[in-house]
Each structure stands twice: as structure tokens, then as C-alpha cells.
Design a protein around this ligand. Structure first.
Ligand code: FAD
Length: 609
């Protein structure tokens, strides 16, 4: 089934997104306008993204000492995306936006991500600008966010440092007030930043007039020491080139220098950088007037209040994480499509009949072998299932923003629980789908003559960034399922129960409904058992198997729920059967170690390795 057809089913038949048009925010929209957005994005992705996916992989970005060089197609893709209006799609009309529901925006972005995940760095720019819309001053929105939405500037998120990735409380980038009048700057309280930021995606390039870095840094206390923990972290806008209050470049280069490009396994169409802030490579406005007698320093404008940096950054976290899940999903879909095409055309082997094989018969196409069908069905179940998960969560984001107060609150809590799954489940299982796509291609899959090895390499990132797999799992079991007295988990259980109740009355679905009910009960009981000793060291020792089982429960639910929306659809029926017969039973093994608080891994002495 083509991705467009799957998207149409999910958006319209399953999630009924056209009903959103009855809400004031979306009143200019209808199914026709949603379809028009999908049409445009599908076309641009086909013309400007897909043909260059291999090129951006083989022609990795390089630095000539002055500039980063990338293929011309990268700039053409950025420009086409910006001109499509997708950077600003969800914004208010007053900001030049379309007030498009997030769920439709996410669906439209699948086309780009599937065509070439790394050629466009738009996800970061939109995230950066959205954050400024939520926490910036009016002028910060006009000068920085508006110019990101119109494509003049691009944005980054600078959290990680060489020594601080998962543990952001240990960042050491410092920000000190810039002169006696630091608080009077119209662009926001002005600071001087010094430190190193590692892994910064799209941190340097020539695609846009300017790059707006959003940087986490610590403001030293009166004793000159950095405040330990996340409470000391603040957020700053650090433009690569300084701008005036009209957003015009002043001609001054800020002190942000590229220390080097990282050479990555995949995702090579986007630069990845180590950035030095304030080391004096581009001294700006003479000596920095830092109160600690600082010399050079990159100029940065405070966003929100001091000490609130991580809170501001995490405000947009749900959407950022759903975006990563969407990227993983799109790569899973791309691999599935390639594997399906290959399997339909590759003749190899003969079927085994009751009397064995008949060598006088012509070979069959590999899609006729049961094992190839198994691998294709797994890819379909993983990637189309992940797509349903992502759009379900995106629809919850719209509910959170435009629903009644009760519905919005429910959506918020459901998102708390589902976001770690939306980020992690596709990152793990759509990566597995890409591995199976390589397997379907046999030896050819292992070469650059076919696209599937690149999909796998590109996808391998998703379990690492935006909170690693392990960190997501600890968040789910350590915080999300217990927060607010476990209300999020109860809400989710209520939705799963509703699907079970409907499926019990559908011919042929009662067995799945019962299996889902049992899985739900098992996950609930295991959550309690994991926390029975009250010691997080016991509970979290097996957080990843818990997250895997939880994700499989959610995916089984979503497959069954989709089937209820269109019971006779054979492809979905078969994928649902596959999921219930081959995948859901795996949760037994995952949950067993969690429920028994198995300490095999946790207690392994280091010198026994
Ligand atoms: C291609 C790429 C692009 C990126 N883009 C950006 C970007 O634009 N901006 C940005 O700020 N960052 C970015 N990152 C950084 C990314 O978010 C970090 O790599 C990630 O947070 C992990 O940090 P780390 O690499 O320091 O690994 P570490 O934090 O050292 O983790 C190493 C391993 O230890 C595990 N671990 C760590 N702490 C714990 C714990 N408490 N309990 C259990 N296990 C633990 C982790 O799960 C992981 O498996 C990017 C990274 C890459 C590779």
C-alpha cells in the first residue's frame, strides 16, 4: 500500500482529522485544504529530496577552513521546503502561518523524511522557532522566530557538550552579564557565553543568511561558581551573525566558531558540529564586559528567566520526540517499500512441495517464499504501526492545544506516557525493519547499489539522540507511569479497554481482544511489581525491557483499533494477525525480568566482564 494511501486512511478514516475544522483555530481548513498540503509536500519531496538522497550521503559536508561545502541540491531542498510554507505551517495567520493542525503537518513531513531524512534540517529550525514563540519576548519572536519561519535564518539546539550528553546538569558553558547595561538590550538581557557544544546538528552551513543557536549555559552565582544541577541552567539566543532590532545583519560576526565537523555513520546531508563559543576566534564588540573580567565571549540574549533554561527547552520536548519517532518511521517505510519492490522482482529458488523441490521448474520470485513474507510483514507491521502511533500522538498534541479543558488535560497526560514510546519504539523497531529490508535484498542489500543500507545507517541515530533509549526507558518507568498517582497509565488503560470492548463483538477479533486484555493486565501488574521494593535501583534495572513490552502493548492496541475503523482491509488484517501472533507474545519474556526485579545485569561485577 502506498504511503499516501496509508496516510489518508490514518488521517481521515481512523483519526477523523477533518472534524478539527469545526474548531475556531482550524476553521479555514477542510479535507480539501489538508489534501492540498499533502499533494504539495509529496511533489516537492519527490522532486527536490528523493533524487538527492544518495548524493548527500556520498558527498559528506566538508570544511575548507572558511566555509562548509555541501552539494547544491541541499540548498535547493532547503529553499523548496521554505517556499512551500511548511516551516510556518502550524503558526498563526498573523505570523504568516496556515494554522495547520500538527497532525496534518506531521503527516505531510513524512514525505520529506522518507525521501531524504538528512537533506533538510527543518525539524530543528521549526523546534527552535516554536520554543521562542512559547518563551521569547515579542521582539525575540519578531527578530529571530519570524525569520526562521520565513527561511531566512535556520536554527539549532545546543544542549550537549563533549563531557555532558545524557546528564545535562553537568554542562559547563558559562554565561556572564555583558557590561553594566546588560539588562537593557532590546533583544533581551545580554550575556557573554564561553564553552564548547558537541554534536550540534546544522551548527554551521551556508544554507541560510544566519544561524540562530539556542544554547543552554549556566550563569555563575555571586561566588563565581556554577550552580550544580539543572536548576542553574539558562537558555540563550546566540546568533552566528549579530542582528539589529529589525532582524537585519549588522555586519558583525558573533564569536561562535566551528571547531570541526563530525563524520557520521549516516544522516550525512545535515552537518554535525563541534562549536566553540567565546574562544576569541571572532572577537566581537571589543572585550566582553563580563563581570568576571572576561575577555572574548559570544553574545547571547537570555530567553525566559535565569535558571529556567531546561524547563523552556523541554516545553517543546514532546513534539521534538514525536518528530524523531516520525523520522525513524519514515525510514522504516522507505526500507519496506524498497524491500517489497525487490522481492517482487528477484527470481531465486523454487518452492518446496510435498515431494521436495522440482529443479525443472522455473525459479519463483522471492516474495513467494514464506520467510521473505515474514520479513516483509514484520516491516509492514513495524513501520505502518509506528506511523499510526506517531499520528495518534500528533493528534493528541492538537487536542492538548485546542480541546476542551478536560480533553486537553487528558491529552497532556496521555502524551506524557506515550511520548517516550513514540520516540523509542520506532527508533528500535523501524531500525529492525531496515535490517530486515537489507536481509530481503541478500548480498545486494549490503552494497551501495541499493538504498537500504543507507536507510539503516540513517536510522541508527534515532536510538541515540533526543534522549537515548536507556534514558527514555528510565523516564517511562521511573516517572511517567507513576506521575500524578499513575493517572496517565490509567487513562491509557481506559482507551485500550474501550478498543477491547469494541473488538470483542467483531467477528474474528475476539481472540486479539482477549490477548490485548491480558497484555494490558500484565503490564499493569508488572509496573506495580517493578516498584514493589520502592527502590528505583530495582525498578529501573530493567527499564528497557519494560519499555519494549509497553511499546508492543501500545502497538498491538493501535493495530486492533485501526482494524475496527476498516474491518475488511486485508493488508491491515494480516499485519494485525502478524503483530498478535509473532510480536505480542514477546512481552512475556521482557516483563518477566522486570516483574521479578531481576538483578543479573545490575549486579554484574565489572571485573567479571
Ligand atoms: C548525529 C547526532 C546529532 C545530534 N544532534 C544534537 C543537537 O543538535 N543538539 C544537541 O544538543 N545534541 C545533539 N546530539 C547529542 C545527543 O543528544 C547525545 O549524543 C545523547 O544525548 C547522548 O549523549 P552522549 O553522546 O554524551 O552519550 P552518554 O550520555 O555518555 O551515553 C552513553 C551511554 O550511556 C547510557 N547512559 C548515560 N547515562 C545513563 C544513566 N544515567 N543510566 C543509564 N544509562 C545511561 C546512555 O543511554 C548511552 O547508551 C546529537 C548526537 C548525534 C550522534
Amino acid at each position: 500500500m502506498a504511503v499516501r494511501d496509508t496516510l489518508e486512511f490514518l488521517l481521515h478514516d481512523w483519526l477523523r482529522v477533518a472534524e478539527l475544522a469545526s474548531r475556531p483555530r482550524f476553521s479555514d481548513h477542510s479535507r480539501e485544504t489538508f489534501d492540498a498540503v499533502l499533494d504539495t509536500c509529496e511533489r516537492i519531496a519527490r522532486e527536490k529530496f528523493a533524487p538527492f538522497n544518495r548524493l548527500v550521503d556520498t558527498e559528506e559536508p566538508r570544511f575548507d577552513g572558511e566555509k562548509v561545502i555541501q552539494p547544491a541540491a541541499t540548498k535547493a531542498a532547503w529553499d523548496a521546503y521554505a517556499e512551500s510554507g511548511m516551516l510556518t505551517a502550524a503558526q498563526d495567520h498573523a505570523m504568516g502561518g496556515m494554522q495547520l493542525p500538527y497532525v496534518v503537518e506531521s503527516a505531510a513531513n513524512v514525505f520529506f523524511a522518507k525521501a531524504s531524512i538528512s537533506i533538510g534540517g527543518s525539524i530543528l529550525t521549526v523546534g527552535n522557532a516554536n520554543l521562542l514563540m512559547a518563551h521569547g519576548t515579542t521582539l525575540q519572536k519578531q527578530v529571530f522566530a519570524a525569520n526562521e519561519f520565513n527561511g531566512r535564518f535556520s536554527g539549532t539546539m545546543c544542549l550537549s557538550e563533549p563531557q555532558a550528553g545524557s546528564s545535562l546538569s553537568d554542562i559547563t558553558t558559562r554565561a556572564v552579564p555583558d557590561g553594566g547595561d546588560f539588562s537593557q538590550d532590546p533583544l533581551g538581557p545580554r550575556y557573554r557565553l564561553r564553552g564548547n557544544k558537541m554534536w550540534i546538528s546544522a551548527g554551521e552551513h551556508e544554507l541560510t543568511e544566519n544561524i540562530i543557536h539556542l544554547v543552554l549555559a549556566k550563569i555563575p552565582g555571586p561566588d563565581g561558581q556554577l550552580v550544580p544541577g539543572v536548576k542553574g541552567i539558562s537558555l540563550f539566543i546566540v546568533p552566528k551573525k549579530l542582528v539589529d532590532t529589525e532582524g537585519r545583519l549588522t555586519g558583525e560576526r558573533n564569536d561562535v566558531a566551528l571547531a570541526g565537523l563530525n563524520h557520521k555513520l549516516g544522516w550525512r546531508g545535515t552537518t554535525n558540529t563541534l562549536l566553540n563559543f567565546g574562544e576569541g576566534k571572532f572577537p566581537v564588540r571589543g572585550q566582553g564586559g563580563g563581570l568576571d573580567g572576561a575577555g572574548a565571549g559570544a553574545i547571547g540574549y537570555l530567553v525566559g528567566q535565569p535558571g529556567e533554561g531546561l524547563r523552556c527547552m523541554f516545553h517543546m520536548m514532546n513534539e521534538a520526540r514525536i518528530g524523531i519517532g516520525m523520522a525513524a518511521t519514515a525510514l522504516g517505510l522507505a526500507g519496506y517499500e524498497a524491500a517489497l519492490d525487490y522481492a517482487r522482482n528477484r527470481p531465486q529458488g523454487r518452492p518446496v512441495g510435498p515431494a521436495g523441490k522440482d529443479p525443472s521448474q522455473p525459479q519463483v520470485r522471492i516474495i513467494e517464499h514464506a520467510d521473505i513474507k515474514r520479513m516483509l510483514l514484520a516491516q509492514k507491521a513495524y513501520s505502518e504501526g509506528a506511523l499510526a502511533l506517531i499520528l495518534y500522538c500528533a493528534r493528541l498534541v492538537d487536542e492538548q492545544h485546542t480541546g476542551t479543558p478536560e480533553a486537553a488535560d487528558e491529552a497532556r497526560l496521555l502524551l506524557e506516557v506515550l511520548t517516550p514510546i513514540a520516540k523509542s519504539w520506532p527508533s528500535e523497531f523501524c531500525l529492525e525493519a531496515n535490517s530486515l529490508a537489507i536481509q530481503v535484498h541478500g548480498g545486494y542489500g549490503y552494497t551501495r547499489d541499493f538504498p537500504v543500507e543507507q536507510y539503516w545507517r540513517d536510522n541508527r541515530l534515532n536510538m541515540i539522540h533526543e534522549g537515548t533509549h536507556g534514558i527514555q526507558a528510565a523516564d517511562l518507568l521511573g516517572r511517567k507511569v507513576t506521575m500524578e498517582g499513575g493517572r496517565g497509565l490509567k487513562l491509557l488503560a481506559g482507551r485500550i479497554d474501550a478498543t477491547i470492548a469494541r473488538a470483542l463483538h467483531q467477528p474474528g477479533l475476539a481472540a486479539h481482544a482477549n490477548a490485548l486484555a491480558q497484555a494490558l493486565q500484565q503490564v499493569g501488574a508488572t509496573t506495580k511489581a517493578a516498584w514493589a521494593s520502592g527502590d528505583p535501583r530495582d525498578a529501573l534495572a530493567n527499564a528497557v525491557p519494560y519499555m519494549q513490552a509497553f511499546g508492543h502493548l501500545v502497538l498491538a492496541w493501535l493495530w486492533l483499533d485501526q482494524l475496527l475503523a476498516q474491518p475488511g482491509h486485508e493488508g491491515r488484517q494480516r499485519a494485525t494477525h502478524y503483530f498478535f501472533h509473532y510480536e505480542l507474545p514477546r512481552i512475556d519474556a521482557w516483563l518477566r525480568v522486570v516483574a521479578s526485579r531481576d538483578r543479573t545485569c545490575a549486579d554484574m561485577p565489572e571485573d567479571a566482564f
